[in-house]
Design a binder for this molecule. Structure first.
Ligand SMILES: Cc1ncc(COP(=O)(O)O)c(C=O)c1O
Length: 394
């Protein structure tokens, strides 16, 4: 398997950002600001890295600082859970704040949210349910990290590792929601199940809005977004393209080569599913079927798709963990560092000069990546960053 493969995508010509516009992002962010403890995550400029790669600028948004959850996913989980509760109260979330759902707890009664997760989404749902004095049930695919399971249990959720892959865990959560009258809150969409995942995707836009506000007058020319099911990447690709409508950035979608369902979908133009186990260190990206709503957005707004080896993500972790000169340090987990690893590898490795050229990367480029998680599996972080596991040779 190639270490890194890039596919240029012909956007389908539709430039409608659907429900992922700047205005919608502002409404979502207003709601997030009502959550106690909210503050924007940092956007760091890695100037020495940019010089060494011979590009104009290299920015990284650090989602390890998102509340106390070490990952971005709670933005989607909290927004969607509160949309569900607002609907139960026949209210408009636009007019409400997070604490309203505690005030109206009696009217809401007991709600159980159920979901499947590699870790981050389930932790966000468990955290939200816990804060709102509601319940969460979380299923994790086989091979999930014990530390990630314990983090979810520590938030009071009923969490277990089940003997299925990610898609199997999703099917189990859907089945139990039906059987037990729970509310199924999954971070991926398919035909007939779009409303909740669309809310989750909208929740992710707060990250994009914060980033453009932090960048101010600086417009990124290239954005690298990692994809599991492609919900986050789809929402943000639409948001950034809408926000910078007059001169949209070149957006590249990054996946593990073992879990390349979005790449294969781009190749064929039809949603593709990968069966069986998906053994990659990028646990958050180990998904077998793209999110239908996410893919719709990526088809409109993504310029390229990449599938790559685990070692490239590991390189991203090391680049961020051992910064050059006065560049700030970012602690990034395996899925979190995928976009950075991809950008650095394309810029640094002569073998990929052709990809660099086809993306139009040069000394004037201003790159934006999102480090979507911190060290959510600390034992693995140490092995990769301190001990050099998954070396990234040619
Ligand atoms: C850290 C991290 N980054 C990126 C993603 C990808 O998000 P999506 O599944 O929406 O593509 C995930 C998904 O769980 C994740 O946990």
């Amino acid at each position: 398997m190639a270490k890194l493969e890039l596919l240029i995508h012909n956007k389908n010509g539709n430039t409608d950002a659907h429900v992922f516009t700047k205005e919608q992002a502002q409404s979502v962010a207003r709601f997030h600001r009502t959550i106690p403890g909210y503050s924007p995550t940092p956007l760091v400029a890695l100037s020495n890295l940019a010089s060494s790669l011979n590009v104009g600028a290299f920015y990284v948004k650090d989602e390890s600082k998102r509340f106390d959850l070490n990952a971005f996913k709670v933005l989607g989980g909290s927004y969607c859970a509160c949309q569900v509760l607002a609907e139960k109260l026949q209210g408009e979330l636009d007019q409400m704040s997070f604490k309203d759902f505690l005030l109206y707890k009696q009217a809401l009664g007991d709600v159980t949210f159920v979901t499947a997760t590699d870790g981050n989404h389930g932790r966000g749902i468990a955290w939200t349910a816990n804060k709102l004095r509601q319940k969460a049930v979380v299923y994790m695919p086989s091979g999930s990290s014990q530390e990630r399971l314990e983090n979810i249990r520590a938030l009071g959720a009923d969490a277990d590792i089940v003997p299925y892959n990610y898609d199997g865990a999703v099917a189990l959560a859907a089945k139990h929601a039906e059987e037990f009258g729970w509310t199924f809150v999954q971070d991926t969409a398919w035909e007939g199940y779009e409303k909740i995942p669309t809310w989750i995707m909208q929740g992710y836009m707060t990250m994009g809005l914060e980033a453009v506000q932090q960048l101010g007058d600086v417009r990124p020319t290239h954005i690298f977004l990692q994809a599991g099911v492609g919900a986050m990447a789809g929402a943000l690709a639409a948001f950034f393209s809408d926000y910078y409508r007059d001169d949209p950035p070149v957006i590249t979608i990054v996946e593990p080569n073992i879990a390349d369902c979005v790449f294969r979908t781009a190749q064929t133009g039809r949603l593709q599913t990968i069966e069986g186990d998906l053994p990659t260190i990028m646990a958050g990206l180990a998904c077998g079927t793209p999110c239908s709503v996410g893919w719709e957005m990526l088809d409109r707004f993504a310029s390229a798709f990449v599938r790559m080896d685990d070692c490239v993500a590991a390189k991203g972790m090391r680049v961020l963990g051992a910064p050059m000169g006065s560049d700030p340090r970012v602690i990034a987990g395996e899925s979190g560092a995928a976009g950075v690893g991809c950008a650095v590898e394309i810029l640094q490795n002569e073998k990929f000069a052709e990809y660099k050229q086809s993306l139009g990367l040069n000394e004037n480029s201003r790159i934006l990546c999102i480090s979507t998680e911190g060290d959510t599996d600390r034992a693995m972080y140490q092995k990769i960053v301190h001990e050099g596991l998954y070396p990234c040779f040619d």
